[in-house]
Each structure stands twice: as structure tokens, then as C-alpha cells.
Ligand binder design. Structure first.
Ligand code: EPZ
Length: 418
């Protein structure tokens, strides 16, 4: 079990390259099943979730291989299986995209029910509502999801919540349905748009991705093609926050600055100095920072996936900050670990009140999920003394070479493999 060891209070400076977006990768790789040709997907992050998905496609009998660590070639014409076994998909929540892809292409699929995670239940009722509206029959038994349809017909679907997963999953299935499907109250995240662009490159007809009304006109056959996924908004935001908490001066490059607008606005409000270019943002924090209030929202609001990292930063800023988590009903479980580093936070339901100005001190802590692990790294970078973070496997799910990247910026950080 790997651990990450940080000796804190080193100012970060230099440039950091951002990899492809995890949440685009875990949608686009399964979406390749919708095509009856060879797909080459570029700019993939070298992370655990991508490796697990590539394995899963291979287990379905598809010809799926890495042309280099960031490029995957998939030939879905060779698929043999419609059943995804539990042990292959259990570590990954986004395995549910395989359901939409196989249901769309083959009108049947068997996929393990996605696991919960450390911030509450993660229902998929909206995914199922969409599939059933298109004519599929979905049953759940023995921890497995079974989907079957004689045919899929376009339907008008309203999402009670602007769910990223449901929006993407319904889109992936609908490209192979007969007729027009509309998704009302659709999610607008960058990875929703990226998945729609990928499917359109394969010959789909999707209009309105990035707005709250998406219209998919099903088509009979989809060909293969080459596609480069977008940079990771959350990885970029994590390193922008890391620069700020160390009083650093870091250029976060290979990004789409527009995707960072909500975070950039909050960092500027805290007294950070930001310079924005075509594909980079420079984050400086020469002066002391002060607290701000944050309300997580669906895109283009402040991303829930940067909420834990922001809590670490706000703990060291002056003054009191209030965070309201509106997307998940229980995304503060990481607080117990942050408190071991000296963060002063009280949580009441969806609201966290952070007493700033804390001097963080190193401790032994453990990551409880991907973004919680990122928050512990950020706090460790600012803490006096040594911080040891265990359960690094969670961090490796979403961050390629985190210790290498931070070390190159001047952090005293290393990975211990035990
Ligand atoms: C995606 O999860 C991301 N994961 C999450 O990122 C991210 O936090 C989340 O979107 C919100 O942006 C991937 O893309 C693989 P949702 P997803 O469906 O699709 C409720 C990370 O760290 N809901 O938008 O599961 C749900 O409970 C991960 O990269 C239903 O009620 O999120 C939640 O309260 C963590 N029924 C809200 O909607 C459903 O059928 C938003 O969930 C689906 C969701």
C-alpha cells in the first residue's frame, strides 16, 4: 500500500502540465462501444480508472490496446460478451457507462451495480428512468443490473437533477435508438460536451450539449475515428489551489481557462493574483489570503470536486468561510482527516464553517476518496513538519504522477511503496 510523505511549507513555483480529463476518459472509452469501427482516443490520463476500463473492454472480448501510455485503440466490432463481471468493475463507479453503451449497441447488457463511495449513496435512478423511457427493461438482482430491449425508441426525458452520469449515459444509449431523444435539464459539464463531440465524430447527431436541452437523433451505424479528450478541469483546479496555499507562483498549462472560471473568480476574491493565457493560468499568492464563501453547483458553478481542496486552502486563509455543498448530500466525511492536520471546521448538514488562520501541522492521515486525498496533499504542502498520507490508491485513480508533478514545482514530497 503506497504512502505519500510531504515535508510542508515549501513554496511552489514553475509550470505544471495538466493531463486529459478523468471524467471525460471514463465516459468516452465505454462510448467507443457504440461504434462499429476502430477508435483511437488520445490525451488519456495515465490513471487507475483508465487502466480498469481498458481491462474491462478487453474482458468483453474487444481488441483494446494502448498505443502509448496516453493513447488507447479500441475495436468494438470484435466485442463478444455483453456481461461485465463484478470483479472487473467493482472498483469503479463509472462502469455504469458500459450499461448505456452496450444497451444502445446490442439492446442488452449486464453490469454490476455501481458501488457507493465515501460521500453518500450514489443512486442511478435517473439513468434507469432514461433507459426505460426509450423502451428498455431494467432489473436489479444479486448486485447486478440487467438491461434488455427489443428496440430502443427516441423519448423525451426530463432529469429531476442535472446529473452528469445520467446525461452522458442516456446520450450514449440514444445515439443507437430509433428517432429523436431529448434530455431536458441536462448536465452541462465540460466532459458532457466532450463525450457528445466524440460521439458526433463517430457519426452521431447530437445537438445542444453544454446547454440544458440536448437533442439526439439516433442513427443506424457509427464508424470509428480519432479523438483527443479535453484537459482535466479538476486536476487543473487542484494544482491552482496548491499554488495558492503555498504562497506560490505556478503556471498551470495545457488547460481550457474558461473551464476554470468559477475557481479563478474565488481565488481572485481571496487575494490571489491570476494571469490567464490561451491555454494556461498563472496563480500567484504574494499576499496573505482571506476567506470567501463557496456554494458548489452544477457547471458552470463551483465544482463539487474542488470542494475538499478548497476547504484545505480556506483553513489557512484569514477569517471565517462558509461552504455549502448542494450537489451531494454528504461530502464532508474527509473533514475528520483534515482536522488531524489542524483545520478548524464545523459541519452542519450541507454547510461547513471554516475558522481560517490555522497553522497546519503535519500528521499521519488517510485518503477516504479521490478528492479528499487531494485535499490532504494540499494541506500537507502547507503544514509545518511531516505529513504521511495512506490509501494513495484513491489519489492514483484521478491524478497522474501527483508526487512527480509537485516535486518538480519544489515540493518536498515522495511516494513510499510498502
Ligand atoms: C460525476 O459523478 C463525476 N464522476 C463526479 O466526480 C462528480 O462529483 C459528479 O459528476 C458531479 O459533478 C464521473 O464523472 C465519473 P451526478 P455522477 O450524477 O455522474 C444525484 C470525481 O471525483 N443522482 O451528477 O455520479 C447524485 O446522488 C467524481 O471525479 C441521483 O439522485 O454525479 C448527486 O447527489 C466524484 N440519481 C447528484 O445527483 C441519479 O440517477 C449529482 O450526481 C444520478 C445522480
Amino acid at each position: 500500500m503506497d504512502r505519500i510523505v510531504i515535508n510542508g511549507q515549501k513554496r511552489l513555483s514553475g509550470a505544471i502540465h495538466i493531463n486529459g480529463a478523468k471524467n471525460a476518459a471514463v465516459a468516452i472509452i465505454p462510448a467507443a462501444i457504440a461504434a462499429e469501427g476502430v477508435c483511437v482516443i488520445e490525451n488519456l490520463p495515465r490513471i487507475e480508472d483508465v487502466a480498469i476500463l481498458a481491462n474491462a473492454l478487453q474482458s468483453l472480448g474487444m481488441d483494446c490496446k494502448f498505443l502509448d501510455p496516453h493513447t488507447l485503440q479500441i475495436d468494438a466490432s470484435s466485442i463478444k460478451e455483453r456481461k461485465m463481471t463484478y470483479d472487473l468493475a467493482r472498483n469503479m463507479r463509472a462502469s455504469y457507462y458500459l450499461l448505456g453503451a452496450m444497451l444502445g449497441r446490442f439492446k442488452e447488457a449486464e453490469v454490476p451495480l455501481p458501488g457507493g463511495c465515501n460521500f453518500g449513496a450514489r443512486p442511478i435512478d435517473l439513468h434507469i428512468k432514461g433507459f426505460e423511457a426509450m423502451g428498455a427493461k431494467i432489473t436489479q438482482e444479486h448486485g447486478m443490473l440487467y438491461a434488455k430491449a427489443d428496440r430502443l425508441a427516441g423519448a423525451n426525458i426530463y432529469l429531476d437533477m442535472a446529473s452528469v452520469g445520467a446525461t452522458i449515459n442516456i446520450m450514449i444509449a440514444a445515439v443507437n435508438a430509433e428517432g429523436v431523444t431529448t434530455i431536458d435539464n441536462a448536465a452541462k459539464e465540460p466532459h458532457v460536451v466532450d463525450t457528445a463531440n466524440f460521439l458526433n465524430m463517430l457519426g452521431a447527431n447530437i445537438k445542444g450539449a453544454g446547454t440544458d436541452m440536448i437533442r439526439i437523433t439516433g442513427c443506424q451505424r457509427m464508424h470509428g475515428g480519432e479523438y483527443q479528450i479535453i484537459p482535466d478541469q479538476i486536476e487543473a483546479g487542484t494544482y491552482m489551489i496548491a499554488s495558492a496555499i503555498t504562497g506560490g507562483d505556478v503556471v498551470v498549462e495545457n488547460i481550457i481557462p474558461k473551464h476554470m472560471d468559477s475557481l479563478s473568480a474565488k481565488l481572485s476574491e481571496m487575494n490571489c493574483k491570476l494571469e490567464e493565457g490561451g491555454d494556461y493560468i498563472r496563480v500567484m499568492a504574494p499576499e496573505p489570503l482571506h476567506g470567501v464563501n463557496i456554494k458548489t453547483m452544477v457547471y458552470p458553478g463551483f465544482p463539487t470536486d474542488l470542494q475538499p481542496q478548497m476547504t484545505a486552502l480556506l483553513s489557512t486563509a484569514k477569517g471565517t468561510s462558509v461552504i455549502t455543498e448542494t450537489v451531494f448530500d454528504n461530502r464532508y466525511q474527509y473533514m475528520t482527516e483534515l482536522k488531524r492536520l489542524g483545520c478548524e471546521v464545523t459541519v452542519e448538514g450541507r454547510v461547513a464553517v471554516i475558522e481560517g488562520g490555522s497553522t497546519l501541522t503535519g500528521a499521519e492521515v488517510r485518503a477516504t476518496d479521490l478528492r479528499a486525498g487531494a485535499a490532504l496533499i494540499i494541506a500537507g504542502l502547507a503544514a509545518e513538519g511531516r505529513t504521511v498520507i495512506s490509501n494513495v490508491k484513491y489519489i492514483d485513480r484521478g491524478y497522474e504522477g501527483v508526487e512527480t508533478k509537485l516535486g518538480a514545482l519544489g515540493a518536498d514530497i515522495r511516494r513510499e511503496t510498502r
